[in-house]
Design a binder for this molecule. Structure first.
Ligand code: S3P
Length: 416
């Protein structure tokens, strides 16, 4: 297969969630273009509408009229979305609401203690199913400020606390061990909140006035771009340009990793859009070398590890991903899912002491892809199967709708 052409991908999923949430409580009308069109975003929109948010769309532009959100009269269904669950918990707490969050079976097995502990410390009354969903949060009495060191590298946990802190009685401080994606901080700053960052500590003041509305075109999602980048890199005679991709440094670890693996790529047309960097990236066929990826890089590639593990299978040695325990708590146990599928395609891959080892050598046999109902596992191994065998068999195609419903049409546009 050859890959040629240019793609403009849908908006970044993380920024899309934040734009919808913060616009819903802003003072006036926000407009959002190139919103991520996946099912996770629909979960966030439905949850907010159930709390009184005014969200409409006109000619592919989302228009949100900020309101005072109200406690919902039904359970809030977060579907498959961890970002919806954890960020909404903080946002609705800041608005002094009382609500219950539920989700699908994957989401119902993901850890919520990481947000329960800080939200309880801030004064929320919380009950859960042994630290899993359903989660009932009563923040009617308001929230107190917090000085909190986050024990896991998680932007969802950080954002949950940041959002809750907007409604607290005093300024809060949040400390991270390793920097994670900072879209909440950037957007809050752009919308007029008082937030300052010093090294890995964030100070945020409660809102004295409502946030200003935003007018934003969401940059293309680098996590989606990574699948197409890999396609160009592992197929022969290929060159692909991805336009207007988000280049926030906390998200483009996969570009650094690919560069270290000797990948041919160039970045042009760099711009700044609502505080976020963007650019056009061209990837082409590359002779890849294996590398060792240190633990401090992991948060900046956390969602790209499935496709980077696929790329590593086309390199010339053993690639090591250090300290990838967090992979176990994603939409499925991704560490297990990656190893299972690589092995099924005849690639030697294994886990040792929370590290993932992938031995290069290209797939040796066509296998049915076991998705574990996880969109990123499905897309990563579809790219591998197509590159090596020109076809694929997936046990669940629909899960791809979570972040990139157009995945197969986009492939058709550039695959020859
Ligand atoms: C996200 C943060 C990450 C990432 C997820 C989106 C976000 O999760 O895996 O897809 O938008 O904040 P964690 O914060 O749990 O690592």
């Amino acid at each position: 297969m050859q890959v040629k052409g240019t793609l403009y991908l849908p908006g970044d999923k993380s920024i899309s969630h934040r734009a919808i949430m913060l616009s819903s409580i802003a003072n006036g009308k926000s407009t959002i273009r190139n919103l991520n069109d996946g099912a996770d975003l629909q979960s966030t929109i439905n949850v907010l509408k159930a709390c009184g948010a005014k969200i409409d769309s006109k000619n592919e532009t989302i228009i949100i009229e900020g309101v005072d959100l109200i406690s919902p009269n039904k359970k809030l269904d977060c579907g498959n979305s961890g970002t919806t669950t954890r960020l909404i918990s903080g946002l609705l707490s800041s608005q002094k609401l009382d609500f219950t969050l539920v989700g699908d079976s994957s989401l119902s097995s993901r850890p919520m203690k990481r947000i329960i502990i800080p939200l309880q410390e801030m004064g929320c009354d919380i009950s859960s199913n042994d630290n899993l969903l359903p989660l009932t949060i009563d923040a009617k009495e308001g929230t107190q400020s917090i000085d909190y060191k986050i024990p896991v590298a998680s932007a969802q946990v950080k954002s949950c606390i940041l959002l809750a802190a907007l409604g607290a009685d005093n300024p809060s401080i949040i400390h991270e061990n390793i920097l994670t994606r900072d879209h909440t901080e950037i957007m809050l700053n752009n919308m007029g909140a008082t937030i300052s960052i010093l090294d890995k500590s964030i100070n945020v003041r409660p809102l004295e006035n409502k946030l200003n509305p935003i007018n934003i075109t969401i940059p293309s999602d680098p996590s989606s771009a990574a699948f197409f980048a890999a396609m160009a890199v592992i197929n022969d005679n290929s060159e692909l340009t991805l336009n207007n991709v988000l280049l926030n440094k906390t998200r483009i670890g996969f570009i650094d990793v690919l560069e270290k693996m000797n990948c041919n790529l160039s970045i042009n047309n760099k711009q700044l859009n609502n505080g976020e960097k963007t650019g056009d990236i061209t990837f082409s066929t590359s002779a890849l070398t294996s590398i060792e990826i240190e633990s401090k890089i992991i948060p900046s590639i956390i969602d790209e590890i499935p496709i980077l593990a696929v790329v590593a299978a086309y390199s010339n040695g053993i690639t090591i991903f250090r300290n990838v325990e967090e992979l176990k708590y994603k939409e499925c146990d991704r560490l297990h899912a990656i190893i299972h599928n690589l092995n099924a395609f005849g690639i030697n891959a294994y886990e040792k002491e929370d590290c993932l080892f992938v031995e290069g050598g290209k797939p040796k046999k066509l296998a049915k892809i076991t998705t574990f109902h996880d969109h990123r596992i499905a897309m990563a191994f579809t790219i591998m199967s197509l590159a090596s065998f020109g076809k694929y068999h997936l046990d669940n195609k629909d899960c791809i709708d979570i972040s990139l419903p157009n995945f197969f049409n986009l492939i058709d546009k550039v695959a020859e």
